[in-house]
Design a protein around this ligand. Structure first.
Ligand SMILES: [Zn+2]
Length: 477
């Protein structure tokens, strides 16, 4: 009998955090899947940058090249590309995914960053609440009206949101009184919005199953959002996993004998300390002090250095978690490190000598250049530094791939990582995007009998053929 496939994407949950949540009894249904339904946890490596647009492109299309970060500067279109509210990816989308065979072709792709040639997205795009602009997207009303018309759904959402919100406000107050500073911007609006969208997404998945779509791919972001606000190990983030577990249970309960379910994540999260807190000044301000006469714009932040009128050049700094790209904005193509070094000899050594910076990467004549503590690292010294972040040989390959992207910054800067805490370029209590710890180690939860092997996966794009094979195998058996 031919079977269909539903894939649930739990954003930001590492294999380690999943295991801890199961051990602590916060995900009883996932434990049941492991103990009673023959599921197992397959850790895999998402690659660098450890961020959703990169990992999800890899999973859905099998190609995530030229996605250097959550946000970046497109030099030839002169556009800041970013996802989330006010996504601008559509301005450069025509450059991407040509000739790919998407996982969800003719299926349903719900609340994802990309349409992935699905027949329908049920009107819910990734944090882009414009609803229903893609080809093959039903209008928001197609999903919202029946959802809202059912008092049971409304009750579910209102009560769960009220519960989450009350807890969040309390957690925020406790965190403040203990001298911690949750990232305020994330706290209330995002929690309410994510609760609602989480429920709507769950409803859309069940609707897609009733309508027989396959494969179905759906993104759930409430854990990632909460972990950004409070840190991945905080009690509020842990509580959200109970809701996630409940959602997996609900969807699994609608499977019938037609659907098989895979649960996966795209990257993990680590506890962070904001760069500005650690260094006492903004990262853009530091760059400006190393480039006299330049105007340095933190994308999604402030401008530093020379005034607009007097600037001899512009630098754009795109901050994405523990990763930051530095672009000389007037340039049409990526600058070779030989030129960066000769024009601005203070810059890369200066950035790499900051205590808050773990590594600076650039490219010279097609070769990787790494700097740390003000100096270029040679030979084995690179591996010695990388050993603090994970497997040096793997990391070197992953970094090299990112460094081969023309869309990467002229300098690529990684926040320092010490004792499980990452220096983060955004004001968040939990973060990802960089190297070190759980952020690089997501998971696939799948049945043992499918014999999938993720041990050799070094980037989310290498997960794509594994999932496509599973999709096709289920179709024919
Ligand atoms: Zn995130």
């Amino acid at each position: 009998m031919s079977r269909k496939l539903v894939v649930l994407h739990i954003d930001g949950l590492s294999a380690g955090a999943l295991r801890r949540a199961i051990d602590d009894g916060r995900m009883p249904f996932v434990r049941q899947l492991l103990d009673g339904e023959g599921y197992e946890i397959h850790p895999y490596r998402c690659g660098i940058p450890s961020t959703t647009p990169f990992a999800q492109a890899g999973i859905l299309y099998g190609d995530n090249s030229e996605i250097p970060s959550f946000r970046w500067w497109d030099r030839d279109r002169r556009v800041l590309v970013q996802f989330g509210a006010g996504s601008t990816f559509k301005k450069v989308a025509d450059k991407y995914f040509q000739g790919c065979d998407p996982l969800t072709r003719d299926g349903a792709c719900i609340a994802a960053c990309y349409p992935a040639e699905a027949a329908d997205d049920f009107g819910i795009a990734y944090q882009d609440r414009t609803y229903g602009q893609q080809k093959g997207s039903r209008s928001a009303f197609g999903v919202l009206l029946p959802y809202l018309a059912n008092p049971a759904h409304l009750g579910d959402w209102v009560w769960q949101t009220a519960a989450v919100l009350a807890r969040t406000v309390k957690d925020y107050a406790v965190a403040r009184s203990e001298g911690r500073r949750p990232a305020r911007a994330y706290v209330v609006t995002d929690v309410v919005e994510e609760s609602f969208v989480h429920h709507l997404t769950r409803y859309a998945v069940q609707k897609a199953m009733r309508e027989g779509f396959s494969p179905i791919y759906a993104g759930f972001y409430a854990f990632d959002e909460t972990a950004h606000a409070f840190g991945p190990t905080d009690v509020s983030s842990q509580s959200v996993l109970r809701h996630v577990d409940h959602t997996i249970r609900k969807i699994a309960g609608s499977r019938g004998d037609r659907y098989e379910m895979v649960v996966l994540s795209d990257h993990g999260q680590v506890d962070t300390i904001p760069f500005a807190t650690a260094a006492g000044r903004a990262f853009g301000d530091v760059i400006a002090s190393l480039l006299p006469g330049f105007r340095v714009q933190e994308m999604k932040g402030k401008a530093y250095g020379a005034s607009e009128k007097e600037a001899r050049g512009h630098v754009h700094v795109t901050l994405s978690g523990g990763l930051s790209h530095v672009y000389f904005a007037e340039r049409q193509t990526r600058m070779d490190y030989a030129e960066v070094g000769s024009r601005h000899p203070e810059l890369a050594p200066g950035v790499s000598s900051l205590q808050e910076v773990g590594l600076v990467m650039a490219r010279r004549a097609g070769e990787d250049v790494f700097l740390r503590s003000g100096r270029e690292l040679q030979g084995n010294a690179v591996d010695a530094v990388l050993a603090a972040y994970g497997e040096p040989e793997v990391l070197r390959q992953q970094l090299s791939r990112l460094n081969s992207f023309g869309a990467a910054g002229d300098l690529v800067v990684f926040g320092a990582f010490q004792d499980g805490t990452q220096v983060n370029f955004e004001n968040q209590a939990g973060g990802h995007g960089s190297i070190g710890g759980d952020q690089l180690h997501p998971f696939v939860l799948a049945k043992k009998e499918w014999r999938i092997d993720t041990s050799h996966v070094r980037g989310a794009h290498e997960l794509h053929p594994i999932l496509c094979n599973l999709r096709d195998y289920l179709r024919t058996t």
